[in-house]
Design a protein around this ligand. Structure first.
Ligand code: UDX
Length: 431
């Protein structure tokens, strides 16, 4: 059955949610507070780089099932379901800041149809379903938690092929009405209470961050004992209890979710009287990883480090996104700069930036040409796993550099080939 849906907030989660719900046949109105963004979205112009999303938005616009409006008011009046997809940034004390969630709920409360279901997709601490209920100020509407697990770079795929759909509600009938929205996805359903649903989101991100910190710590051990972390992960991953996913060592994890959600989880536990030491350790390992990557550059240059020139490939927090928020690449570059290195950076997504860069790159010299940044460089550091880096002309790179040295923080490149070409090559967790 097709439903009338409003989506409040058109960030990564809101925009993708609106577009795929329209794709599933529902009639969706997405609201945002930025006039220019709304205008552009109605023309099918996207504010983010996300594979397949533009096609999905266009399909919805052309089919008349998707539209964008300014302000939540005009979106929610006709809606049977309202998805709250507003940001929950990190507050000063590490906890999630619920201001946007509260404000949106307060604004739409008086306008909702009786029996309307408000679905919270924003990542919110345990107990936030109650916060939304209070802000709505209505006893004839329902609030449900429905956390989102999409990854940037594969958001459309993740939404259309979810591993599971989690619905948190104390009212089984209401949960089933929400489940029907997604029935065409044929995904496993987890219907649970609101507190558990809210915890599932934080726990999932915290666990994934733990896996990455574990493999990064393991990579350090491998370097010390002469093992190769890639072989070790291969040997571990065949054990189905462990698996292969999220065990790629790198410069540390980042992005718009892991850093804020791990800190929020620590804070949630603390507020509940539990010291989540394990997760604090996971965060510490990550912070240290940025320093370790800078250490690698310093080691490979030795006496040449003072006043050195560094070429950096990669600025986004991972490949296939243009998102620079909490990017490990930028963290490493800032540390190199603090130690006196002159860094020039290239990133394919930043060269053709869709998303405004904001202040993320302040003080970082960038170029739109991967070769230009290598001119006169003493070392090249690879910070994001863009596939296209593998296919660049390394003879040309060597010719441009002052010294043929590569620190590959993603183990992306072919070490043997590069060594044959005369490079000194340093990876992560291998010799
Ligand atoms: C994450 C969760 O995966 C997603 O379910 C949730 O909804 C939002 O947060 P995202 O932030 O898009 O998604 O990034 P993800 O692909 O999970 O990567 C997070 C970070 O870990 C990146 O910096 C990435 O480079 C790093 N990472 C990931 C590794 O270093 N190694 C790995 O093996 C996997």
């Amino acid at each position: 059955m097709n439903s009338t849906i409003a989506v409040v907030g058109t960030g990564y989660v809101g925009l993708t949610t609106g577009a795929y719900l329209a794709h599933l046949g529902h009639v969706v109105t997405c609201a945002d507070v930025v006039p220019d963004k709304v205008e552009r979205l109605n023309r099918g112009e996207l504010p983010i780089l996300e594979a397949g999303l533009e096609e999905l938005v266009r399909e919805g616009l052309d089919g008349g099932r998707l539209s964008f409006v300014l302000g939540a008011r005009s979106a929610v009046e006709e809606a049977e379901f309202v998805f709250l997809c507003v940001p929950t940034p990190q507050g000063d004390d590490g906890s999630a800041d619920l201001t946007y969630v509260r404000d949106a709920a307060t604004e739409i409360g008086p306008l909702l149809h009786p029996e309307c279901i408000v679905i919270n997709k924003s990542t919110v601490p345990v107990g936030s379903t109650r916060v939304v209920e209070e802000a709505l100020g209505r006893d004839d509407v329902f609030v449900v938690s429905n956390p989102e697990f999409l990854r940037e770079g594969s958001a459309v795929h993740d939404c259309l092929h979810p591993d599971r759909i989690v619905i948190g509600s104390d009212d089984q009938a209401v949960a089933m009405r929400v489940a029907e929205l997604f029935e065409r996805l044929r995904a496993p359903l987890v219907i649970t209470d609101p507190a558990s649903a809210e915890t599932i989101k934080y726990a999932s991100n915290a666990f994934l961050a733990t896996k990455v910190s574990f493999v990064n710590a393991l990579a350090n051990v491998c370097e010390a004992v002469g093992a190769d972390v890639r072989e070790v992960v291969l040997g571990m991953g065949h054990d189905r209890r462990i698996g292969f996913e999220f065990l790629k060592p790198g410069p540390g994890w980042g992005g718009s979710c892991f850093p804020k959600d791990t800190r929020a989880m620590v804070r949630i536990a603390e507020d509940a009287g539990y010291d989540f030491g394990l997760l604090k350790g996971v965060i510490t390992v990550n912070d240290e990883q940025y320093e370790r990557m800078a250490d690698k550059v310093e080691r490979v240059l030795g006496d040449l480090f003072d006043g050195c020139r560094v070429a950096a490939w990669g600025l986004t927090f991972k490949a296939r996104t243009d998102d620079l928020r909490d990017s490990p690449a930028i963290q490493v570059i800032r540390r190199l700069q603090a130690r006196g290195a002159d860094v020039r950076a290239y990133d394919p997504a930043v060269a053709e930036a869709v998303t405004p860069r904001g202040a993320h790159l302040d003080g970082i010299a960038t170029s739109t040409d991967p070769y230009a940044v290598c001119e006169g460089a003493d070392v090249l550091i690879v910070l994001t796993e863009w596939d296209e880096f593998r296919w660049l002309d390394f003879d040309k790179v060597a010719g441009l550099m002052a010294g043929a040295r590569i620190v590959d923080t993603r183990n992306l490149l072919d070490a043997a080939l590069l060594r044959r070409q005369g490079f000194t090559y340093v990876g992560v967790g291998r010799d």
